[in-house]
Write a protein that binds this ligand. Structure first.
Ligand code: RB5
Length: 150
C-alpha cells in the first residue's frame, strides 16, 4: 500500500488519552494527522466515530486510519461495516505485522484500556511500516470484497 504520510485517527472516551499520545507520536514522525475526535473524556458512542473515520478511509482520504476504544473490539466491528474497510484489532507486534502482510488492513484498532503505551508504539510503527504481501492473500481479500456484495 501507498505508504503516504497522512493518517486519520479517532477514539471514543475510553481511547481518548491514548489517541492524544499516538497523535503526538505520529506528528513527531512527520505524519499529517486528521483527528476525527473525540476531544475529551466525556462519554461518546464509538460507532459514530468509527463511521465517519471509516467512510473517509474508504474514500482514501487518507488511505489509512487508527481507531481506539476501550478494547478495540467495538471500533473494529463498527468500522468493518463500511464497504472497503478492513479493520484489524491488534494487540502485539505480531498481530500488527500480519494484519498488514496477510490482511492488508487499512484501519488499525487498539484497546485503550488493554494496552500500555510502549506496546502501542511498537504496534503502530510495525503496522505503518509493513506492506501487504499480495499473492495468495490478494485472492482472499477479493473473497472478502465479494462478501460485501451479499
Ligand atoms: C466504552 O465503555 C466501551 O464499551 C468501548 O470503549 C469499547 O471498548 C467497545 O468495544
Amino acid at each position: 500500500m501507498e505508504n503516504e504520510k497522512r493518517i486519520a485517527i479517532g477514539s471514543d472516551h475510553a481511547g481518548f488519552e491514548l489517541k492524544e499520545q499516538i497523535k503526538k507520536l505520529l506528528e513527531s514522525e512527520g505524519y499529517e494527522v486528521t483527528d476525527f475526535g473525540t476531544n475529551s473524556s466525556d462519554s461518546v458512542d464509538y460507532p459514530l466515530i468509527a463511521k465517519v473515520l471509516a467512510a473517509s478511509v474508504a474514500a482514501k482520504n487518507p488511505n489509512r486510519g487508527i481507531l481506539i476504544c476501550g478494547t478495540g473490539i467495538g471500533m473494529s466491528i463498527a468500522a468493518n461495516k463500511i464497504k472497503g474497510i478492513i479493520a484489524a484489532n491488534c494487540f502485539n507486534v505480531e498481530t500488527a505485522k500480519l494484519a498488514r502482510l496477510h490482511n492488508n488492513s487499512n484501519i488499525l484498532t487498539l484497546g485503550g484500556r488493554i494496552l500500555n503505551l510502549e506496546t502501542v508504539k511498537d504496534i503502530v510503527k510495525t503496522w505503518l511500516e509493513t506492506d501487504f504481501e499480495g499473492g495468495r492473500h490478494q485472492r482472499r481479500i477479493q473473497e472478502i470484497r465479494d462478501l460485501e456484495k451479499r
